[in-house]
Design a protein around this ligand. Structure first.
Ligand code: FAD
Length: 402
């Protein structure tokens, strides 16, 4: 990791702006595909924002009501996780604590029961893995749950990862792969000449590059892009609580319509979250704490007796239609977005890394990316349609999965 200034004449094949889970995953995927000179620039510390604050739930099925493009993308990413976690462990020695116990969604009322039944029906019909449980069956799996639970769904394939370990593993993997990781360095603008990216201007100097990936999470809209369309990404605050349980009270991630519990291997039980549009105010509020705590106790009354050991908040990066913003930007060659992952950035990290790296190396976007093109949310279109720049074949090879 480097806090040095960029000397005059600093260059890179690809600059990635933002060192959260998304930027780090893309950097690793690019190096593994043979891209030689990858520079990642992070304003603060690596992975210290949303990627640190998250719950680490990898659960595309829990809340899904249809098999749309987002659902396909999310399931594809979830299904990459076992190989992703294994590869990261081999590369770095860091265990990202991928836990495959599954997820329970609890019903407390007739309304919940109807909702769960609908979800069970369509997912079963679609050939997805889902189990409908009565109260006794749910309690046999997780004895901590409330006596008021009347039914539950179990999603065996919706799992969880320890997202802070994931960031640690990705940072180490990138260091080992020779990615230049520049921390405490802010990217202020992307220089664009004749509708082509040519450099980034940072607080520590200029780096020339033909390709720039914007992976700056909730702050993406602050990067100055003279000549390019604006894309609005707004911060959506989520507060989280952490209880300590020894021994651990549950194995599954446990959901209700009001929130969720995430049991960690070391005895922590995370409880979340709020969804608040309050700008960049990172405060944890009494209202937030009380709401999350009552939701957690409703799921598992035993939580009332556990010590609350910490609380925090983070900013989910949200685009206008709630969907991620992924891929090249028409009109500006070399400008690539990887942001707007909103509530699912940990889940979507592996597929984002793979698809963005492929798009850069091959110069074409996979069909899975089409629905998430930046152009759908660009505030004004540039006059001319542009193409997308690929790295010269001599500098890169498309060989790797995880
Ligand atoms: C409370 C909470 C719970 C969540 N739970 C889950 C969950 O269970 N499962 C899930 O999949 N997702 C979850 N999420 C969402 C997930 O955390 C995000 O979607 C994901 O972390 C986004 O990753 P990112 O790398 O885009 O953003 P970030 O992790 O925020 O990283 C962006 C980075 O860019 C840097 N940056 C910004 N501007 C600049 C600049 N100009 N120059 C240089 N660097 C810059 C920032 O400092 C930051 O480090 C949750 C989020 C929150 C807040």
């Amino acid at each position: 990791m480097s806090e040095q200034s960029f000397g005059s004449g600093a260059t890179a094949d690809v600059v990635i702006v933002g060192g959260g889970v998304i930027g780090l995953t893309i950097a690793r995927a690019l190096r593994r595909r043979g891209v030689r000179d990858v520079t990642l620039i992070e304003r603060g510390r690596l992975g210290a924002e949303a990627s640190w604050a998250a719950g680490g739930i990898l659960g595309p099925q829990i809340e899904a009501d249809q098999t749309d493009d987002f659902f396909q993308l999310a399931c594809a990413s979830r299904d990459l996780y076992p190989a992703f976690a294994t590869a990261l462990r081999a590369e770095t020695g860091v265990d990202v604590e991928l836990d495959t116990s599954g997820t329970l969604y609890l019903g407390f009322s007739q309304k919940d029961e109807n909702e769960l039944w609908r979800r069970f029906e369509w997912q079963k019909h679609a050939g997805l893995s889902v189990e409908l449980l009565n109260a006794g069956e749910a309690r046999a799996l997780e004895p901590c749950i409330s006596a008021k639970v009347c039914c539950a769904l179990r999603f065996p394939n919706d799992i969880q990862v320890e997202n802070r370990k994931l960031v640690e593993a990705l940072a180490t993997a990138n260091e080992k792969l020779g990615v230049r990781l520049s921390t405490d360095c802010e990217v202020r603008a992307v220089r664009i000449e004749q509708e082509r990216v040519c450099a980034v201007e940072t607080s520590r100097g200029v780096v020339s590059a033909p390709i720039v990936v914007l992976a700056a999470g909730a702050w993406t809209s602050f990067i100055n892009l003279p000549g390019a369309s604006r894309i609005e990404i707004e911060p959506v605050r989520g507060q989280m609580l952490c209880f300590e349980a020894r021994p651990q009270i549950a194995r599954h991630v446990i959901y209700s319509s009001r929130g969720y519990l995430v049991p960690r291997r070391d005895g922590r039980v995370l409880a979340g979250s709020t969804v608040e549009r309050v700008g960049f105010d990172k405060g944890v509020t009494d209202e937030g704490i009380n709401g999350i705590k009552s939701m957690a106790i409703e799921i598992a009354p035993t939580i009332a007796g556990l010590p609350l050991v910490s609380s925090w908040a983070g900013f989910r990066p949200r685009a206008a239609d709630d969907l991620p913003v992924l891929g090249p930007c028409a009109g500006i060659k070399g400008l690539i977005y990887a942001t707007g992952h909103y509530r699912n950035g940990i889940l979507l990290a592996p597929i984002t890394g793979e698809l963005i790296a492929k798009a850069i190396v091959n110069g074409e976007s996979a069909s899975l990316l089409k629905s998430f093109s930046p152009d759908r949310v660009a505030c004004q279109k540039p006059d001319r349609e542009g193409g997308h720049v690929a790295l010269a074949d001599a500098r890169a090879s498309d060989t790797t999965g995880f």
